[in-house]
Unconditional design. Structure first.
Length: 317
């Protein structure tokens, strides 16, 4: 059953009418309903086009958080073969919010890393809603060091509201773990590509997204803090999250214009959750193109390219 967001109410109402008419037709209670169904379907499609042609930043945030949006494991299943998840940070424990391991992408060995939010209640609890603890980022460091040792490009799929903010995470060095993971990204001598597939929240995202090439899905968001968090700090009112989202420039179009990201991957009409296979295939093409840019570059050139990219962000001269 499809799940509709609040702003999609006009589409939901039309789809409900279509389902009702189809049910009547199947029961033999209505005659010649095909024409009306076709009319309503055309009207529904037009309404969806109009809605998604003018999404506000807050509405894009809602789409990025849609529960049916494809997550890391969906992308892993559709993008790579022979994915072998590795567990543990070799220091404290396993963290299920960050998953990763060697895989084969279109015949090329890579290291795949990303945040998994989970698809139902049980898996969301297991993966802590994609919010990693320090051991998750230390696992990411371990995987990146392995990738460097075996000359594997790193592909990171980013989807987190942020690092886990619990007391135990702070006690185990959350900030230091995020910093070490960011440093590991910068020090890689192999190319790395990051794709924000849903939410790119704060240091929890940048810890694995400090990449040679940073891409975003069209309706993903990427920000230093959630709109709700920014509203609570600036106005002491989380209800102003919509205002915060508008002013924070969290959308792919804004970040592309500001030079924070390097490319935008189009989503199907109505968002990635309406046609996951298409968006996963498009993501694969974008990753392949990005990795192809670094063919023939030396390890030193790959590292310098990455550092120059981040040093250039925000420069106006």
């Amino acid at each position: 059953m499809k799940s509709y967001l609040d702003f999609e109410k006009p589409v939901a109402e039309l789809q409900a009418k279509i389902l009702e008419l189809r049910a009547l037709g199947e029961n033999g209670d209505a005659v010649g309903i095909d024409e009306e169904v076709n009319r309503l379907e055309a009207k529904s499609l037009q309404a969806l086009k109009e809605l998604y042609a003018g999404l506000t930043p807050w509405q894009k945030a809602l789409v990025a958080r849609h529960p049916n949006r494809p997550h890391f494991q969906d992308f892993a299943a559709g993008l790579v073969e022979d994915f072998t998840p590795l567990a543990g940070d070799r220091k404290f424990s396993e963290d299920e919010a960050i998953m990763g391991g060697p895989a084969r992408f279109r015949g090329q060995p890579i290291m795949l890393i990303g945040q998994e939010k989970g698809a139902d209640t049980a898996s969301r609890l297991k993966h802590n809603f994609g919010m990693a603890r320090p051991e998750g980022y230390r696992k990411a460091v371990r995987l990146m060091e392995l990738a460097d040792r075996f000359n594997l490009p790193v592909v990171a799929l980013v989807d987190t509201a942020g690092a886990f903010p619990g007391i135990e995470a702070e006690e185990r060095g959350q900030a230091e773990a995020i910093a070490r993971s960011t440093e590991a990204c910068l020090n890689l001598t192999t190319p790395n590509v990051a794709v924000v597939i849903g939410e790119g929240g704060s240091g929890g995202a940048i810890a694995i997204a400090t990449a040679n090439v940073v891409l975003m899905l069209e309706h993903a968001i990427y920000s230093v803090i959630s709109p709700e968090g920014a509203a609570s700090i600036l106005w002491r009112d989380a209800a102003k999250a919509q205002d915060a989202a508008t002013n924070m420039k969290i959308t792919s179009a804004d970040l592309m214009r500001l030079g924070v990201i390097d490319g935008v991957i189009p989503e199907p009409l109505g968002g990635a959750h309406r046609d996951p296979d298409t968006v996963i295939a498009a993501t694969g093409d974008a990753i392949a193109n990005a990795l192809g840019r670094f063919a023939g570059l030396s390890p030193r050139e790959v590292r310098e390219d990455r550092r120059a990219k981040f040093l250039a962000i925000g420069r106006t001269l």
